[in-house]
Design a protein around this ligand. Structure first.
Ligand SMILES: Nc1ncnc2c1ncn2[C@@H]1O[C@H](COP(=O)(O)OP(=O)(O)OP(=O)(O)O)[C@@H](O)[C@H]1O
Length: 240
């Protein structure tokens, strides 16, 4: 089935110590079916905030976010929680690994919490393709930042959710690991997953099928496949 993610005029304001800040000031997008989408934009433009709203974790102040026509913020709390668990995967900037569990245990934890069968072959393939085979039994607390990040990406992908949201999935990685993660995300998208990633890296964005550009809390432009230079030219124009 083709999954559709729709955001309509999403706004989010936060009030801290009596001061209200409009973090998102009108974000609209529609993503249909499998593919890799990159959300790019200057620091502070609202990329992570948009991802939180799109993934059901932070309720917009106004506007709507729907998966296949179901507004995720209009579901009951239990229905939303079950949608999130079964249809959405996340990779956060903080990896949220359990420090005393090893790589494989962290990846399989969501299955065990759900008392669901662990897809051993899928997990092994992911561990191998992310270059973690030699660290399979290492506790998360002993992993390098890059290894933690790759483990977190594996954990999100193992359930094969319809949509995977990833906030800077290559942020802490060296160039070799970055390539590994991007190639795997690209392959997963080609194999049928919708992947939405926030990235600062315009060369990574150039691997995406769709690039959403944010500026000052707004989605200002959506590109199809583009080169790093085309994206850089647009971003430079935006800043001018
Ligand atoms: N809970 C909050 N309270 C107040 N301000 C916030 C909150 N969350 C985010 N902001 C502000 O909203 C703006 C957008 O933040 P966000 O993290 O979404 O941007 P970003 O584009 O992902 O930035 P970066 O690329 O630096 O990670 C920033 O100015 C940030 O300081």
């Amino acid at each position: 089935m083709t999954i559709t993610l729709t955001a309509r005029n999403v706004r989010r304001a936060v009030t801290t110590a009596g001061v209200t800040t409009e973090i998102l000031q009108g974000c609209t997008l529609e993503l249909k079916g499998a593919g890799l989408t990159a959300v790019v934009g200057p620091s502070g433009s609202g990329k992570s905030s948009l991802l939180m709203c799109l993934s059901g974790l932070e309720q917009p102040t106004s506007g709507s976010v729907s998966i296949d026509g179901r507004d995720i913020y209009r579901q009951s709390a239990s229905r939303r929680a079950s949608m999130l668990r079964s249809e959405i995967g996340f990779v956060f900037q903080q990896y949220n690994l359990v420090p005393f569990l090893d790589v494989e245990e962290n990846i399989t934890l969501p299955f065990r919490l759900d008392r669901a069968p662990v897809p051993r072959a899928v997990v092994s393939e992911l561990i191998e393709s992310f270059g973690l085979s030699h660290r399979r039994r290492a506790p998360a607390r002993s992993l390098s930042g890059g290894e933690q990040q790759r483990t977190a990406v594996c954990r999100a992908l193992a359930r094969r959710p319809g949509i995977v949201f990833a906030d800077e999935p290559t942020g802490a990685l060296d160039s070799q690991s970055t390539r590994l993660v991007l190639d795997t995300l690209r392959r997963m998208a080609d194999e049928g997953q919708m992947i939405v990633m926030v990235t600062h890296d315009l060369d990574a964005a150039a691997l995406a099928d769709t690039v959403v550009v944010m500026h000052d809390g707004r989605t200002v432009k959506t590109f199809g496949r583009s080169t790093g230079q085309e994206l850089l030219a647009f971003m430079t124009e935006l800043r001018a």
